[in-house]
Design a protein around this ligand. Sequence first.
Ligand code: AMP
Ligand code: ZN
Length: 115
Amino acid sequence: MKDDCIFCKIAEKLIDTVIVYEDEECIAFEDLNKQAPVHFLVIPKKHIGSLNVISVSDSHLIGRIFCKIKEIAAKAGISEGGYRVVANCNRDAGQEVFHLHFHVLGGRKFSWPPG
Ligand code: AMP
Ligand code: ZN
């Protein structure tokens, strides 16, 4: 755990969130500032600062997270309509929290290209 990291604190249950899924490796919780009717974040419990610092040894973890995204999306009822998975990396993408997280957004139509 990184002491000054808000998502490490969420993983440790030191900050309250609405948890939608949890196992030994990852946790999913509702985004505080929803951008769609369904908007949750999936994070590894292990601190990884951003996509820029993932390594091959994280491959299994990242792969499992995507399998969980699929399952949670199905439970949230957005599989058929569709959903968007977003990982903002660094300044140009607007990353605000430097603990790797995947936004999962659904329940409305999204435009492309993104803003
Ligand atoms: P990003 O810009 O990709 O770093 O997104 C960070 C996301 O974390 C934003 O959508 C915030 O609304 C969300 N967020 C920040 N703090 C919390 C929190 N305590 N609980 C839930 N979501 C949070
Ligand atoms: Zn962290």
